[in-house]
Ligand binder design. Sequence first.
Ligand code: SF4
Ligand code: SF4
Length: 140
Amino acid sequence: MTPWYAQGLRFDCTRCGNCCTGAPGHTWVSEAEIDALSARLGVDRESFIRTYCKRVWRQGRQLVSLVEKKNNDCIFWAKGVGCTVYEDRPRQCRTWPFWRPLLADRESWDDAARGCPGMNRGSVHGLDEIQATAADDGLP
Ligand code: SF4
Ligand code: SF4
């Protein structure tokens, strides 16, 4: 079946920060990402998880997500700076908005676009790129 986005989708990040701030949620981190972020911050894995992460049960598995600050900003978001771990940000952060749930149908995509001014504007991303990104979107 031809996906509804077969003609491609427009997206250029405006770096507004909406997706990193102001709302509770999950930013999943893989084992490799935990290692990379721990090394970046110069701490061991357990300290990193204790300080920057929460463990979450999902689909019968224990997963690890970054924590938020009290104001629901990502723990690694800094006002005026942006993502302070940008080069080592989790896969999930790199693949937005080409996530499987957002691509399920046009309504899901447009619903997400209401909070992301980069969607439905700017560069066209083709079907192959979208599908390759979604196949490894970093979501559980
Ligand atoms: S909400 Fe969209 S436009 Fe804003 S920083 Fe996130 S991805 Fe970029
Ligand atoms: S790790 Fe960086 S890009 Fe990902 S949600 Fe946190 S601040 Fe945003």
